[in-house]
Ligand binder design. Structure first.
Ligand code: ZN
Length: 249
């Protein structure tokens, strides 16, 4: 019998269609019927409309990321680094009406099931704060009313957890292995990035989350990086945006 309690948690696609296609094929191969997206669907990469079209075919719940908000003028572009600004301005010229409407429909937070909250960046600041340290993770876990918060934004597959009265703990998720969420803790979980991994591993990443077994699997998959890098070059986007895909930084 197919386990329908599994969810694919994806984030930071960044208009990288070649990566997204490989992830979607993996999700389908696992017969997973629910997809939760933590935002940054657009920005940086060459194929924003194509990525949005692929996502819209899925049983999807998504929040908005800072790039998704920047492109529809809900966030000031001066907040972004130079290559990021250039890519957003380039994509904005090419975004279809359907894509704009889709991005406008995304909320900063979602509550897909009672035990889970989804944000792009952090609970305190859903669009912008980077949870890069244990201190910032601890501050955010204090605000977590549910059992689990999925977040993206840093492009790093990492989890933080805390049981009442004890110290915060953290682990970089092992690759392609099942990891059990045990004990009565509250969890911050980052599935890494589909389209621009930054943990020195260029493979596209996402998480399979099993709500019944309370397990995670950090999936990392090869995808045709040269395809995306070549489009970035062909469209005259900053070459750095292609080079970083090769090294996963
Ligand atoms: Zn991002």
């Amino acid at each position: 019998m197919v386990n329908n309690k599994r969810v694919a948690v994806i984030s930071d696609i960044h208009a990288n269609l070649a990566a997204l296609k490989v992830i979607i094929a993996d999700i389908k191969a696992h017969q997973i019927k629910r997809v939760w997206c933590l935002g940054d669907i657009v920005g940086y990469g060459p194929q924003p409309n194509e990525c949005i079209e692929e996502l819209r075919k899925l049983p999807l719940i998504s929040v908005a990321g800072n790039h998704d908000l920047g492109i529809i003028n809900r966030l000031d572009l001066t907040c972004f680094n130079q290559p990021g600004q250039i890519a957003i301005e380039w994509q904005r010229q090419r975004l279809s009406v359907n894509s704009v409407n889709f991005l406008k429909s995304l909320a900063p937070k979602e509550h897909p099931v009672p035990e889970v909250i989804m944000v792009h960046a952090s609970l305190r600041d859903p669009a912008w704060e980077y949870i890069y340290s244990a201190k910032l993770a601890a501050d955010n876990i204090e605000r977590l009313a549910a059992k689990i918060c999925f977040f993206g934004h840093t492009h790093l597959p990492i989890i933080y957890w805390k049981e009442n009265g004890s110290e915060l703990k953290t682990i970089i998720l092992p690759v392609n292995e099942e990891y059990a969420l045990t004990g009565n803790s509250r969890w911050l979980i980052n599935p890494g990035s589909v389209g621009q991994p930054r943990d020195n591993n260029p493979k596209a990443g996402y998480i399979i989350f099993d709500l019944k077994k309370m397990t995670l699997e950090n999936r990392r998959l090869d995808y045709p990086i040269p395809e995306t890098r070549e489009l970035i070059r062909e469209f005259g986007l900053p070459s750095y945006l292609g080079e970083r895909l090769v090294v996963g930084k």
